[in-house]
Design a protein around this ligand. Sequence first.
Ligand code: MG
Length: 407
Amino acid sequence: MPDRIIFHADCNNFFASCECLERPELKDVPMAVAGDPENRVGVVVAKNELAKKYGVKTTDTVYAARKKCPGIVFVPPRHRYYGEISRRVNAIYCEYTEYVEPASIDESYLDVTQALPFYGMAPEALADELRRRIRQEIGITISVGVSFCKIFAKMGSDYKKPDATTVVTRENYRDLLWPLPVSDLLFAGHAAVKKLNGKGIRTIGDLARARPEAMRGILGKQGDMLWRYANGIDDAPVALFGAHREIKSVSRGRTFPRDLTAPQEIHTAIVYLTDEVARNLRRHRLKGEVVSVQIRRPDMTDISRQTTLDHPTYLQHEIQQTAMELIEAHWRAGDPIRAITVGVGKLVDAEAATEQLTLFDLMGQGASRQKRERLEAAVEDLRKKYGDGSVTLGIQENADIGLRRRK
Ligand SMILES: [Mg+2]
């Protein structure tokens, strides 16, 4: 099994960054978000880079923070507003993969293993693209850790910030992470660190090189776990976005290296995007009834259009046709396009939907669709056997606009 590619994306100074979005003047002064700022015992929950320079820390009281930094501006927290920004950030992540697992309001894990070949980019370049998009489209910055497991991805996003990408590989993790104090290891709490330090274990490397039995002796089960984490032994999966809810739609989006204007290029882009959407629907055994297209203009404004089919589908062919119809009906030919997202929503279980198809059959409409389903299933089988490049849906590779078929 080749290694997974996991991102941990962490919004920098999240609450403070959100406040600065609405009140840009706050960017130029030391500021902190603090519960009950009128009250001296209110506590700092976030601060901007300027306040950080004065030594202001999260959990400082308002009183202590003002002592360190007399000019500091306090604002009260607005959690609903932060939740809204968080939702928009995760929506961008979800354009790249359904495996987006929010770990808190400002951090998410992404598993991009399956999505990456579609973008034809190195993992680091995709992480950089995410950072750029969040910066440009939301207006805040994120740090991204890239690694083969969640733990190291998380430590990667902490390694350098703000607005940085850190790649932790099987080759470099010893050099990068092992010199760090053991307290930097995820889940190494205050008490555990104290016990480890007492046994002369000061760095993550000390812990990793120790015998696992010895660690168990010091910390019990937790010792085992920390030893595994220090060695990058962590196969915890990244959950599907909304796994605790329900997947509401499957979509794929692409921002092009240059604006598209030619009908042929738009067609090519739609084939690529709908191919990915169809494959993901099939992978999750889902069909959907609503096809949507979102087009972004060079000035970053969007138009969104959707239409409801008379039956749920996961057929690439049908999604492509519907998406093209939407574009032809609602987009003036020749107007430049910066980005396109295609989605399928109102999802249902694929098997249940197929049963309904037989009813169509009786009316003579379903036969060709069933044929098409068998055809696309056969295409998927060929790709599994001979690689993704083996079947190309009759379009040319178009690296110029950032579309390259999987190898
Ligand atoms: Mg954060």
